[in-house]
Design a binder for this molecule. Structure first.
Ligand code: G3P
Ligand code: MG
Length: 232
């Protein structure tokens, strides 16, 4: 089961920062998950719509000029990273999951992501693009058919995996709260990989591994790596 560090090693370093991503890999994570906004100045890595919870700034991220964003302290002297800076932390054999929180120009977004991958020499085979907004994923998939899509969800559809099927998704990424064995079995049976977020508890990690889940997103990648290694 793959261990993805959720927002980096976010239990021990400020979330969605280069410190958290570097630490995640040091702690044995096979991948990182991070949140992104398409800002007028470029794609930036950030979770909230507003700045106050995780930086010393105030107001909405998208209303803040790029140069000002980059002056903010995101904790322990860290800056809000760009996508390119974040991808630069990625060892060649590891995965990354770009979660999209905001997108307004798909063509520009695809171009920027491809350029960032090329600049860092990253193999797109270990890249997963996810979002709760499946319309954005559909638009990306139309322009970039070979990219792996993760249909992120916190709910059960009336007709199982409808979005994932339309998107020809690589995976369904489901909230731990609603994950159950039946869902996991059905998703795997339908040909989808299954990722579960956010899994910080030892017993949940062991249970999901026993269910055959493909990967988890965790704030404690070191703990997860230890638990899974001792539970072969
Ligand atoms: O991608 C899984 C998870 O990160 C989705 O929720 O709010 O932590 O971005 P959130
Ligand atoms: Mg996320």
């Amino acid at each position: 089961m793959l261990v993805f560090a959720h927002r980096g090693a976010s239990a021990t370093a400020p979330e969605n920062t280069l410190l958290a991503f570097n630490l995640a890999f040091e702690q044995g994570a096979q991948g990182i998950e991070f949140d992104t906004y398409q800002h007028a100045g470029g794609i930036v890595v950030f979770h909230d719509k507003t700045l106050s919870r995780t930086t010393n700034g105030t107001g909405a991220l998208l209303d803040t000029p790029f140069d000002h964003l980059r002056l903010l302290d995101a904790g322990q002297g860290q800056k809000i990273p760009t996508l390119t800076e974040t991808l630069a932390t990625l060892p060649r054999d590891r995965w990354c999951n770009i979660e999209i929180k905001h997108l307004d120009n798909v063509t520009k977004w695809v171009r920027e992501v491809k350029q960032a991958l090329t600049a860092q020499g990253i193999n797109p085979q270990r890249l997963l693009i996810s979002s709760f907004n499946h319309h954005w994923l559909k638009a990306i998939s139309a322009q970039w058919p070979e990219v792996k899509i993760g249909a992120l969800t916190a709910s059960y559809e009336l007709l199982p995996f409808t979005s994932a099927k339309i998107l020809r998704a690589y995976s369904v990424n489901i909230a731990l709260d609603i994950a159950n064995r039946e869902f996991v079995d059905a998703a795997l049976e339908a040909g989808f990989k299954v990722f579960v977020y956010t899994v910080d508890n030892d017993e949940d990690m062991k249970m999901l591994k026993a269910w055959g889940v493909t990967g988890i997103f965790t704030n404690v990648p070191q703990r997860a790596s230890q638990i899974l290694a001792s539970n072969q």
